[in-house]
Write a protein that binds this ligand. Structure first.
Ligand SMILES: CC(C)(COP(=O)(O)OP(=O)(O)OC[C@H]1O[C@@H](n2cnc3c(N)ncnc32)[C@H](O)[C@@H]1OP(=O)(O)O)[C@@H](O)C(=O)NCCC(=O)NCCS
Length: 222
């Protein structure tokens, strides 16, 4: 039986066929969180295009699943020449799963994935008033610099170790078994969530996302 995090989510890398689940996750984000994640108000069409490009480009996307739905996403976008490979980390968690250590867990796992790919430098940008994201980055020893309304976290991770390689392999194996072999009802304790709804969503209807003011400008991150 795969171990769940204390949040109750099961983490694994996304498969290319699951692109729609990431899109649905981004579309479910609270408007404020969508703003924090994409550095501005972005339209549903922008998210559709973004998911198409991100997953098609072969970036590593780590997802936190509850009852078969993606409730948390961590992206590791790698670039640069061999030997000087860099990566950028971005994270988004749906409201009912925030402040339960999920962001910290995703950040930790993404650093491990970066180490296992011999990434020399990790960057993670967020808006300057995103105190939670900066707190998470600092917990992992990132240096955080603030410039022009953005906070940029930077880390030079160690080389991969036996333990980081084993952790990735074992976690993947467990999560795949969990996904393929166990019926949804046995994956989480308690009442199964209604499709497309997060636990707690029944208590209060989430506000409708605002009409996007604009697509991100040049200096906003995609
Ligand atoms: C930012 C985000 C990823 C954090 O995820 P999370 O699962 O809620 O975070 P965690 O529970 O793992 O940890 C939050 C940490 O911030 C701390 N924190 C909470 N509010 C804080 C505040 N106002 N100021 C400083 N630290 C704060 C918490 O105490 C915790 O630290 P601790 O573990 O040392 O106690 C999540 O809120 C999110 O998805 N936001 C929208 C998208 C986004 O902002 N992405 C980042 C840019 S890519």
């Amino acid at each position: 039986m795969p171990r769940k995090s204390r949040s109750g989510l099961v983490f694994r890398k996304l498969w290319p066929s699951e692109r729609d689940k990431v899109r649905d996750h981004f579309l479910r984000l609270d408007p404020e969180d969508r703003h924090l994640r994409f550095f501005g108000q972005v339209s549903d069409d922008f998210i559709e295009r973004y998911c198409h490009e991100v997953l098609a480009a072969g970036y590593v996307v780590l997802a936190g699943f509850a009852d078969g739905e993606v409730r948390a996403v961590g992206e590791l976008r790698t670039y640069g020449a061999p030997g000087r490979r860099k990566a950028e980390i971005a994270i988004s968690i749906e409201r009912p799963y925030q402040s339960r250590g999920v962001g910290t867990e995703l950040f930790r796992r993404l650093i491990n994935l970066a180490r296992n790919r011999s990434i020399r430098t990790i960057h993670s940008a967020c808006l300057v008033d995103n105190a939670k994201m900066q707190r998470i980055a600092r917990k992992f020893g990132c240096a955080v610099e603030v410039e022009r309304g953005q906070a940029e976290a930077r880390l030079e991770p160690p080389w991969p170790s036996y333990f980081t390689l084993m952790e990735e392999a074992v976690a993947e194996g467990r999560a795949v078994i969990h996904t393929l072999l166990l019926p949804p009802a046995t994956r989480l304790p308690g009442r199964a969530a209604r499709p497309g709804r997060a636990p707690g969503a029944d208590a209060k209807e989430a506000p409708a996302p605002p009409i996007p003011a604009s697509e991100p400008t040049e200096d906003r991150k995609a």
